[in-house]
Design a protein around this ligand. Structure first.
Ligand code: ZN
Length: 176
């Protein structure tokens, strides 16, 4: 961790390892093919890799997607190329607030949650552009699935209790 609130190279190694497990747990839960994440890759971005317009001070992460040019007016076949934008400052602040938490566990929690969003956008017809009310409901669903997947895994139980929907885990946002 650094004073500037950005991930260090060693933090990024930890996050990459957490992402591998999050991918596996999510794929198992949804009975996805072993090569799901190879065929449908996503990107993990950190604070310094994105512009200020992607900065969300009160969430840990959000999902963004690219909309191909011809689709921008039609809202059909919309999102391609999903990415998870991690907000280093918020994540590191949460770790500083409680030293019994560790980055590996928190990253596993966050990445599992965001990968579930991506699977649901891609395979379950969930609308990336849904109304606030529908988004709130989607957060509940994603939270419940996250809890089911992670309950008993490592020391994630405390995080499951702590970050119920609407406590600022994430938000999803479009990028064009
Ligand atoms: Zn969410």
């Amino acid at each position: 961790m650094t004073g500037r609130g950005l991930f260090t190279p060693s933090d990024l190694v930890t996050i990459t390892r957490a992402a591998f497990l999050a991918e596996k747990l999510t794929a198992d839960h949804f009975s996805l093919a072993d090569d799901e994440w190879k065929r449908n890759p996503y990107t993990v971005l950190t604070r310094k890799e994105v512009s200020d317009s992607f900065y969300q001070h009160d969430v840990f992460a959000h999902v963004v997607c690219r909309v191909p040019e011809p689709m921008r007016q039609t809202r059909t076949g919309l999102c391609e190329d999903f990415a998870i934008v991690l907000q280093d400052p918020a994540i590191l602040r949460a770790l500083l607030r409680n030293t019994s938490r560790d980055l590996w566990t928190l990253a596993l929690f966050i990445l599992t949650h965001e990968l579930i969003h991506i699977v649901r956008f891609r395979k379950f017809g969930v609308d990336f552009f849904a109304s606030t009310k529908d988004r709130d409901e989607e957060e509940r669903v994603v939270y419940d699935i996250t809890a089911r997947i992670l309950r008993g895994v490592s020391n994630t139980n405390e995080l499951i209790e702590l970050y119920r929907p609407f406590s600022g885990t994430d938000v999803y946002q479009i990028t064009v």
